[in-house]
Design a protein around this ligand. Sequence first.
Ligand SMILES: Cc1cc2nc3c(=O)[nH]c(=O)nc-3n(C[C@H](O)[C@H](O)[C@H](O)COP(=O)(O)O)c2cc1C
Length: 648
Amino acid sequence: MKNPYYPNLASPITIKGLTFKNRIFGAPMSNPELDADCNMRKEEIAFHENRAQGGLASVCIGLGIVDAVGRTHTKEVKLYDVMSLPSLKEAANAMHRHNCNAVMELAHGGKYAGARSHGDKSKPLVLGPNDEVNPEGLAVTQMTEEEIYRVADCFASAAALVQKAGFDMVLVHGGHGWLLGQFMSPGMNRRTDRWGGSLENRMRFPLLVIEKIREACGPAFPIEYRMSGAELVEGGYTLEEGVKMARMLDGKVDIIHVSAGVHEDPDVFTLTHPSMFVEHGCNVYLAAEIKKHVKTPVATVGGLNDPDMMEEIIASGKADIVELARQSLCDPYFPEKAFSGNKDDITRCCRCFTCFYNYLTNRTFCCAFNPVIGNELANRSGFPATTPKKVLVAGGGPGGMEAAITAAKRGHSVTLYEKNSRLGGQLLSEEHIPFKQDMYQFVRVLEGRLKKAGVEIRLDTELTPQQAAAEKADVVMVAIGAKQIVPPIPGIDSSKVTDLHALHQSPPALGQKIVILGGGLVGCESAIYLDSLGKDVTIVEMKEDWAADSYFMHKNAMNMYIRDSRIKIHVQTTAKEVTDQGLLCTTPDGELLLPADNILLAAGMRPDRAAADAFYNTAPRVFQIGDCIKPGRVLEAISLGYYRALDI
Ligand SMILES: Cc1cc2nc3c(=O)[nH]c(=O)nc-3n(C[C@H](O)[C@H](O)[C@H](O)COP(=O)(O)O)c2cc1C
């Protein structure tokens, strides 16, 4: 039988006798935190199990390291240590509970491995294709032939361990600049022996690894090989050579998984993990070209979040499989919702990099839109409420909406008040910005959930503390947002000064020359949008750096746009006065007049604490949520809305 909504995407595929229930696989994601012995804890297993629950055909756990010398950081599963077996078994079982195939990635950092990772800092051994110094300043030792064979054996015994633990398939990481990718790369592999130089020589090591895994695990155990279809850097291999590599892998592996790029180049990083500034499915062309030349099933990955697009990819034969990383975290129930005709309820990943940033810097998983991520274990007991209560929510921004939905789903009777005619709060500013569409669509998803949960919505109605008290509710949730900061400078009340509401209109009613006062994340994104409309945009920022409040990957992505645009940025520059000509500023070099038809305020937000506090004692329990406490990101608003609603 065919699925009525996505007949191709939902069709099973059998590889080496192993059936995958549909074509949506969970791409490798590693664990932000492990125990002191680098075993997955219950929390990490719950994270992957949560991905498995929503209908993915398989979930791949990222970065199982095959050799102590190949560690790139301290939180990678040790596949070279038999003591990892119990937690691996637990992880495989967790996926199998949901009819989801368990896949483990086998990786080796090669020249990017670090001494901090494997202990002895006095004698770090870092192996790579060549003698050189790595970005950490460590000497990389060129692998001898003996080392190459030893590491190939490490891959094989790691695969055998994973197989013993009950995993259904291994994914060998040969892309993104990891060890096997380093050997494949003409830029990174400068050897002159039989392991470098020609394409055949550069592919010798990856092919040896595959041969060794086959010997160790038997011919029936499926092997997926992740490669970059093209390295996308100067001196790296192109798609033309990527096709030749894929042809050499054809028939030797069971899935050719085509990603893109290498991880050391900040620009390319935002193509490997596509940013919101590139189109969805921007790497599909690589898989599609490779697919024309091989018989082995081909997988594509990168920036996919739309089931219609995925169906088209499979139906048109561009790839046999689509793989999701961030989308599988943003909404693990993506497949189930798509296949049951419920695609409007899918929370689409907006590629904000919240997950990646927090994974790298805070060593935790989280998602701007999905409050459960990183807290999967605790959330197993959230529903339903013991005693249904009357709940009022003041404010229909994302935090208020999430609070209302969660409270209503738990059985409470909820009324949501919004003083404007539309729900969405700050997210309404994204409506017309092309690269923020997924973020804006989130409002629509939340609206759908509000209706489904039975929340009574009162638009154009401001809930005052007096009315709240008169309603005699059990709980009042205050999510009234924050106010824009208006710098107290002469001329600020000029008609040419406008706030971000100007962006609610399309096209915005702004003149040609625009000065944006405030070069934080919001100001910079607004600048990119206005520049794309052909406006002449200048950003004024007091701090030493622009977009200092943005995640660094997102900033890299913005930088790629801004440096090739006409946008001018003045940092360490303070607004002094709005004049008839424009904005007069103070810079370290003296005064500067920036001509402007309009000045757009993006100087940040300030909570109206008095307005929020006025709700205290209007009900037995009063909760505050989101920007009215402290202006933050959607992440904080959603998270607080969700968890406070669980407190009722
Ligand atoms: C938080 C996070 C962790 C990741 N961990 C790994 C990993 O361990 N191994 C790997 O090969 N790729 C890893 N990736 C890359 C993804 O597998 C994927 O190639 C990339 O994110 C693009 O897919 P997406 O747009 O669906 O996120 C990770 C990505 C993210 C966002």
